[in-house]
Design a protein around this ligand. Sequence first.
Ligand code: ADP
Ligand code: 5GP
Length: 188
Amino acid sequence: MAAVLPEGRLFLITGPSGVGKGTLVAALLARHPQIWLSISATTRTPRSGEVEGQHYFFLERSAFEAKVAQGGLLEWAEFAGNCYGTPREPVERQLAAGRPVLLEIELEGARQVRRSFPSGFQIFIKPPSFEELERRIRGRGTDSEEAISRRLQRAQVELQAEAEFDAVLVNGDLNEALAQLERLMGLA
Ligand code: ADP
Ligand code: 5GP
């Protein structure tokens, strides 16, 4: 009889835009290549350096809506004027194969995933201060002034949701935050 693999665990990271989620996740994956990171679909236009199928699947809004209608997304939400969603099939396949799966998504999507995967572990990343968050978004240099102000407005709402999460992590010193993330995920 074929051995039944244990189901992989679902981890989810949320936090305001610019807090350093992408930076932390890249460092985590470099150290723990067994983790499988979900690649989201989005209607946002690519930033310079972003690669189709690596950072996101970049879709026209009509193609995104077709995916939603087919039930092809595990969750989706609108954020700062664009749609973002997690393709369902690859997540289910990786979990069934016993791999730890990581989603890096915003608050509304996290709430949807909490309903469909109550056993998942959800981590909220927050900045040392709002001023530092603004400095990081501006320092990244990838967003228009309009996009920055929409993201900062949304950040005010997101920062009030930390109590919903299984764990809260302050991304002050990057190495310290990475070590804490590893401990939370049982990797350290
Ligand atoms: P997010 O994915 O949450 O939108 P990014 O990973 O793009 O955020 O980070 C936003 C900016 O903040 C980047 O320029 C990144 O280099 C910087 N950054 C990330 N983590 C830290 C940290 N711990 N200390 C200082 N700057 C950071
Ligand atoms: P960005 O445009 O900066 O890449 O992402 C904007 C926001 O969308 C971030 O908070 C990011 O976590 C979130 N996001 C990325 N992919 C998804 C997804 O598949 N679903 C949801 N709900 N949010 C996502």
